[in-house]
Every structure is written in structure tokens, then in C-alpha cells.
Design a protein around this ligand. Structure first.
Ligand code: ZN
Ligand code: ZN
Length: 335
């Protein structure tokens, strides 16, 4: 099969064997999405070598005999998702695969399992390929009304939902989101669904438009930003070090700074300001998929507008270049 590989910091679309399922589910990929993390990995972040990609929608090709996948609901999921998954079902898949034995895994949440692998990021070949494999417990069925083009956004959307696991946000919370890229736009939309007043800060009026059309207040970042010292929570999703400074400007004393971007290398942070203003700093990475699937089902978020372009998997290297170009949002790959 074809796979977009990163080896010795070199990208290529290679012919590789279809993964051996070995007790896991084999999934035929319908669409995969290029994430900024893929671009960072190609630059050497996380030291990953192998098939890139962790955002996908696919169809189950085969399931392991024993499991027949009676999927139990997991902590943090609003509803029971017990169902039998069988070959032919359209699915998305959570990207952290735990050891299955530690306390965290036994409690149904492998996101911080010390021995986890992560699809296309840590020790596990990813989704920019014709096939991938994941433990059956990671897979969730995609409701019929959610198109492939929307379902492929489930992972970044879940990452945005993950903020709500880390910070309590009510309709009275004043939230600033910094960054008008894919992540910032999704964070703003997910947080707006709580009823809270969200203001999205960005540099590109055309990108801010996507959130503005959903009724979210948007502000173009310039020298004198209104709203300094006014926000209870600031979400840094710009991936740019200057986003930190802006976040600290915007927060009220004892506000909460949520960090969503994984920067490569170190970032300068004004620690004295955090002490003096008694800011709480909260990291946030992956979220559960079910709340994100519910948002897609309810049409509560606009993800289609974030699609810039679709490439054939065979043109994956070119697609990665395109995804790194300024002004480009989501680039999709179709095997
Ligand atoms: Zn991602
Ligand atoms: Zn574990």
C-alpha cells in the first residue's frame, strides 16, 4: 500500500506492506487530514519515524476475532456508546493506544498511559496511508448524517473539546482565544457552544471570518489590543511565541492561561508576570472523541470552511508543502 513516510527527516510516499492486524482492528482510510503536528514531526519534533498522520475517517476492514468490540463508554463521555463494530462500519479512532494494564488504561483513559503509542506520532504508523491499525476500543462509529469531510476533523475538534476537561467554562466566563488557524478556530467554536462569550484574536481577517459567521466576536491583532486585562481565560492556540505575551496582556489577575500549541523547542515565557498576576497555567492536549462527534452531529461547528484543498495520497509530499504555506488551512489526503 501507499504511505506518506517520514524517515531521516525526509518525506516520501512509499510502497509498504499493509499493517498486520495482530489482534487490532484494520481500517481502510477514506480521508486523512494534515495537522500542524505532522509538519512539526517532519521538522524533527518528537523524533518520530514512520507513517505520518493521526486525523482520519475510515472503514473497518477487519476486526480481531475475540473482541467483537462491545465498546464500553469511557469516562467523560456523555452517553453510552455501546455498540458492535463490524467490518464495513465507518469509523474514527482515538489516537492514544495504551498498554491496557496500567491503572489509567484500566480506568478507560489511555491518554496518559506511560507506555502508550500514538497514531502517527509515537511508535505507531499513522493515517496518511491506505490502511492503519488501532485497538478496537479506540474506534467510534460515525453517524450517517456526518459526512467524511466533516468526520475527518474529529481529532482536532476533540482536542478543542479537551479544554473543557481542564478548565471550567460557564456562560459567564470571558474567554479569549488567540490564533485564527485551524486549532484556534475550532477552540473558539467549541467554547462558544457552551454559551460563554468568546473573542477570537488573529492576524488574518479572512480566517477570522469563519468564526465570525458563527456569531463569535473577532479582533484583528495589532499594537493596541482592546480588552487587555479583561479576560478570565485565555487560550493560546496560535503556535507563535508572541501569542504568549498577548495572552498575558489579555488576562485579568488570577486568570487562567490555557496552552494548546505544541511548540518545537523552548519558548520564552515571562515568569515574573505569571507570579505577580497569579496566573494559572494549564496544558491541554487530546480530548475524547464522543463530545466532538456530538457537536458534529448537532451541526454546532463549521469545519468544512477550514478545508483548503484535497490531494491524492500519492501527492502527499506536495500536499505537506502546501499545508505549510501561509494562509492555507486544512489540507486533506485521499488514498
Ligand atoms: Zn493533530
Ligand atoms: Zn497503560
Amino acid at each position: 500500500m501507499k504511505a506518506l513516510r517520514c524517515e531521516n527527516q525526509k518525506l516520501s510516499v512509499a510502497e509498504v506492506p499493509v499493517p498486520e492486524a495482530n489482534g487490532e482492528a484494520l481500517v481502510r482510510v477514506i480521508l486523512s487530514g494534515i495537522c500542524n503536528t505532522d509538519l512539526e514531526i517532519a521538522r524533527g519534533y518528537a523524533g518520530f519515524e514512520g507513517t505520518l498522520g493521526h486525523e482520519f475517517v475510515g472503514v473497518i476492514e477487519s476486526m480481531p476475532e475475540a473482541s467483537a468490540s462491545a465498546r464500553a463508554s469511557q469516562p467523560g463521555e456523555p452517553s453510552l456508546t455501546v455498540g458492535l463494530l463490524t467490518p464495513g462500519d465507518r469509523v474514527v479512532g482515538e489516537i492514544n493506544a495504551g498498554c491496557g494494564n496500567c491503572e489509567l488504561c484500566r480506568a478507560g483513559d489511555s491518554r496518559h498511559c506511560a507506555r502508550r503509542t500514538v497514531l502517527g506520532i509515537v511508535g505507531r504508523d499513522g493515517a496518511h496511508a491506505e490502511f492503519l491499525k488501532l485497538p478496537p476500543v479506540n474506534l467510534l462509529p460515525v453517524p450517517g448524517e456526518v459526512s467524511d469531510e466533516r468526520a475527518v476533523f474529529i481529532e482536532p475538534l476533540a482536542a478543542a473539546c479537551g479544554i473543557l476537561e481542564r478548565v471550567s467554562i460557564t456562560k459567564d466566563t470571558r474567554v479569549a482565544v488567540i490564533g485564527d488557524g485551524k486549532l484556534g478556530s475550532l477552540c473558539a467554536q467549541v467554547l462558544a457552544a457552551t454559551g460563554a462569550a468568546i473573542t477570537l484574536f488573529g492576524k488574518h481577517p479572512n480566517k477570522l471570518q469563519i468564526a465570525a459567521r458563527r456569531g463569535i466576536a473577532t479582533i484583528v491583532i495589532d499594537k493596541a489590543n482592546p480588552g487587555s486585562g479583561k479576560f478570565d481565560v485565555a487560550v493560546e492556540a496560535s503556535g507563535s511565541p508572541t501569542g504568549f505575551d498577548l495572552a498575558l496582556d489579555l488576562l485579568r489577575p488570577r486568570g487562567i492561561l490555557v496552552l494548546k500549541s505544541t511548540f518545537q523547542g523552548f519558548t520564552k515565557l515571562d515568569a515574573a508576570r505569571i507570579v505577580v498576576d497569579e496566573i494559572s497555567v494549564v496544558g491541554s492536549r487530546c480530548g475524547r472523541f464522543q463530545p466532538a462527534l456530538d457537536l458534529l452531529k448537532q451541526n454546532a461547528v463549521d469545519v468544512e470552511s477550514l478545508i483548503s484543498e484535497e490531494f491524492a495520497l500519492a501527492d502527499g509530499v506536495q500536499a505537506m508543502k502546501r499545508a505549510a504555506a501561509s494562509g492555507v488551512l486544512k489540507v486533506l489526503l485521499r488514498p
